[in-house]
Write a protein that binds this ligand. Structure first.
Ligand code: UDX
Length: 451
């Protein structure tokens, strides 16, 4: 891309170092690279991406000064708040140096695009007089539900109502109080602090939301009413489906296992990159899956079962009882798995990437949300898009067996699979010429070029 004579335009990306946040940011980088921009990824030591997986990008290490206790605590809320405190000065220094180098290299930094929870980047951009754009990597529905939470908290109504209640939140249909995105990590105070800081657009020039219009039109319209700057809604995954930014090694042997299963017969089980479960839940999942008599591919992330390194807590006799019918891996190539014709259902924690990937591949979901925005996504999957079944009564083997069979073999599940295939078609339309994400992306590219 040429501008100002022969100058190359560079975009600096600041992802939040959580797998579910890194993916959409690096997908955006891939898309912008294909549109001619040079890309620099500013990253922390904590969960740093592997540069060799992204040969087209430059990488800029921003020392995060997290100690081992902080980075291994599992309390992502505290980690993110700490990063915002720690990274501002080093990021400013690194960027100032980069700008000096660029003066001699016919390159110019066009803008900084930062994950909304890495809001320290906005003040650095201001200091250095660079334009900045916010990436909201989660759903538009989440932002609306987050506003509801902040609004009721400010009015002192949150505790009166009871966050676990089944009742609909006034003016926020279809959310029930229990769907509001309260995090399991940290206190309500810490969470509200982070939400408030992240909601603040500041001097940023625009907001990108990682979504597809047809899924979240009412919430996008609501955000647009409040937004003082241009808003671009782009379903990032659909533009870069083959791209992998996995922090863990993907075990490809599960694709060979899937190749041996029949069409739509297998259920894929994965709870994402941060969910922790206890030994009892692992055992109930295991027996529920075994008793359902359906083939299953199960990702058990090392360290995700409290008190175990990996599979030591699986109940005795379980592995023998499933034989070839089950395949357990540490980490899967999820996008390939969901695109595989043998996969007929996904038991998910309903992280936003998993939700978008499942919809984009036409796979219905068993929803087992754990924390935060996952409850919002689960509500939409089951209640609005009608492509999900909620494990309403917790993870108990009898309930698991029933829900797996409802999704995988009963008429209700087949109808859901059909609705999921219809959503897949809409997603394809969305990124095709004239589709909403396609148009929004072109507008974004023009917008960045206008700086
Ligand atoms: C986090 C939060 O937990 C989630 O609530 C939020 O919506 C996004 O950030 P995470 O828990 O990792 O995300 O879930 P998700 O958003 O689903 O992202 C997981 C990513 O890891 C997906 O892109 C998925 O394809 C990938 N993945 C997961 C793999 O590549 N292999 C696996 O075995 C599991």
């Amino acid at each position: 891309m040429e501008k100002q004579g022969k100058r190359q335009l560079r975009v600096v990306l600041v992802p939040c170092p959580i797998q579910g946040h890194i993916n959409p940011m690096l997908q955006l980088g891939t898309i912008l690279y294909s549109k001619g921009f040079s890309i620099t990824v500013a990253h922390t030591n904590f969960n740093s991406p592997n540069p060799s997986n992204h040969p087209n990008f430059n990488f800029l290490l921003v020392p995060d000064v997290l100690n081992e206790f902080q980075s291994s605590s599992g309390d992502m809320m505290a980690v993110v708040l700490r990063l915002n405190d720690n990274c501002k000065a080093p990021f400013q220094e690194c960027l100032a140096q980069l700008m000096k180098q660029h003066k001699t290299q016919d390159e110019v930094i066009s803008c900084i695009i930062y994950d909304e929870i890495m809001y320290f980047a906005e003040s650095v951009a201001n200091q250095l007089k660079l334009p900045s754009i916010i990436l909201r990597p989660l759903s538009a529905n989440f932002f609306i539900s987050r506003n509801a939470l902040l609004q009721f908290k400010a009015g002192g109504n949150l505790f009166l109502t009871g966050l676990g209640s089944e009742e609909i939140v006034p003016n926020f249909h279809p959310f029930r109080w229990k769907d509001l995105p309260v995090s399991k990590f940290g206190s309500l105070e810490t969470m509200s602090q982070l939400f408030e800081n992240a909601s603040h657009v500041g001097n940023s020039a625009a907001v990108i939301v990682n979504t597809m219009d047809f899924l979240e039109q009412p919430s996008l319209a609501r955000i647009l009413q409040q937004c003082q700057v241009p808003l671009f809604s782009i379903g990032l995954y659909k533009f870069a489906p083959a791209f992998s930014s996995s922090l863990l090694k993907e075990d490809m042997s599960c694709i060979t296992w899937l190749d041996k299963q029949t069409k739509n017969s297998a259920i894929y089980v994965s709870l994402g990159s941060v969910t922790l479960i206890d030994e009892n839940e692992l055992a109930e999942m295991a027996w529920g899956l075994a008793n359902s008599e359906q083939p299953f591919l199960w990702v058990v992330r090392p360290g995700s079962v409290r008190g175990s390194d990996w599979l030591e807590s699986l109940p005795e006799g379980f592995i023998e009882s499933i034989g070839e019918r089950g395949c357990i891996v540490k980490w899967a190539p999820q996008k390939e798995v969901l695109a595989h014709q043998s996969v007929g259902g996904f038991w998910s924690h309903c992280g936003w990437n998993s939700t978008m990937e499942s919809i984009s591949q036409g796979v219905p979901v068993i929803c087992r949300p754990n924390s935060g925005d996952q409850k919002v996504n689960a509500r939409y999957l089951s209640h609005v898009w009608k492509v999900g079944l909620e494990l309403e009564n917790g993870v108990e083997r009898g309930e698991v067996e029933r829900v797996v069979r409802r999704l995988m073999v009963e008429k209700e599940g087949m109808e859901m699979r059909q609705r999921a295939k219809d959503l897949k078609k809409k997603a394809e339309h969305c990124i095709g010429k004239g589709g909403s994400s396609y148009n929004s992306l072109n507008k974004l590219v023009k917008f960045i070029n206008s700086f």
